[in-house]
Design a protein around this ligand. Structure first.
Ligand code: MTE
Ligand code: MO
Length: 242
């Protein structure tokens, strides 16, 4: 009972940290017997997916995330991953190819030079990690919306998914993918992304929490089938908009 209670409190905090729904309200809403693991689990997952739909409905594709000045940049910028910094994948840039798949017309792979030849956008924005820290950084790269147009993506599809060199993966909704501040970042502070910050390509999406910013991207796919994500599949809310 105690364990269930803690598990419930953690998940309800994650799901409702902004709305402030209490554990009492959650148990009343779900009508769950707190000792029934699978019923609690099913109810929480259903609520999280419902929370995704509400956030998607409330998302304003024209509202911009706050931007900052050069001297606001956090130095040193923090590193974070599901492993320690000495395990960051070592990627050979000359061999690197970005694969595209799913609901796209042009499935040719992209070399870094090809990506750099596309129009670039820059931003100084805040990265907020669910673990309780935030930092301001500067990134530039190809707007994801522009990239999706170039590959002839089905822009009416529901999801854009990302696979990473370190087996991390994530996915976002199409309106967030087309948001003007969502970029395939190639540079950090005007230099090619250092390995620890996601070389050679990371998603920079300042309208979402930090874990929705996959680093070391090797494949982008467009789909109508819910792809989940590394943390999302462990209970973190999928939409995670700010
Ligand atoms: N490939 C990959 N991307 C990832 C992660 C990871 O473990 N692997 N961690 C995520 C989390 S939780 C955070 S907070 C940010 C950290 O990015 P940073 O190292 O540039 O600060 O990367 C996100 N993207
Ligand atoms: Mo994070």
């Amino acid at each position: 009972m105690k364990d269930h209670r803690r598990q419930l409190e953690n998940v309800s905090r994650r799901l409702f940290f902004r709305q402030g729904l209490s554990l009492g309200a959650l148990t009343m809403l779900t009508g769950c017997n707190l000792q029934d693991d699978t019923a609690v689990d099913r109810a929480l997952w259903a609520m999280s997916r419902w929370n995704d739909r509400v956030q998607a409905f409330l998302f304003d594709p024209h509202r911009l995330a706050p931007t900052f000045r050069l001297d606001d940049i956090t130095d040193p910028f923090p590193f974070n991953a599901f492993y320690a910094e000495d395990s960051v994948p070592d990627i050979d840039l000359s061999d690197y190819r970005l694969t595209v798949s799913g609901r796209v017309d042009n499935k040719a792979a992209w070399r870094l030079e090809d990506l750099r030849r596309l129009p670039q956008a820059a931003q100084i924005t805040q990265h907020i990690c669910i673990e309780g820290w935030s930092a301001i950084g500067q990134w530039s790269g190809v707007p994801l919306g522009l990239f999706l147009q170039r590959i002839g993506a089905d822009l009416t599809a529901n999801y854009v998914g990302f696979k990473c060199a370190d087996r991390y993966y994530s996915s976002i909704d199409m309106p967030s993918a087309l948001h003007p501040q969502t970029i395939l970042a190639l540079d950090f502070r005007n230099d090619p992304l250092p390995l620890k910050y996601g070389s050679p390509v990371k998603l920079r999406i300042p309208t979402k929490l930090g874990f929705k910013n996959p680093k070391h991207i090797v494949e982008i796919f467009v789909t109508n089938d819910y792809p989940g994500g590394y943390w999302e599949d462990q209970g973190y809310n999928w939409f995670s908009g700010l």
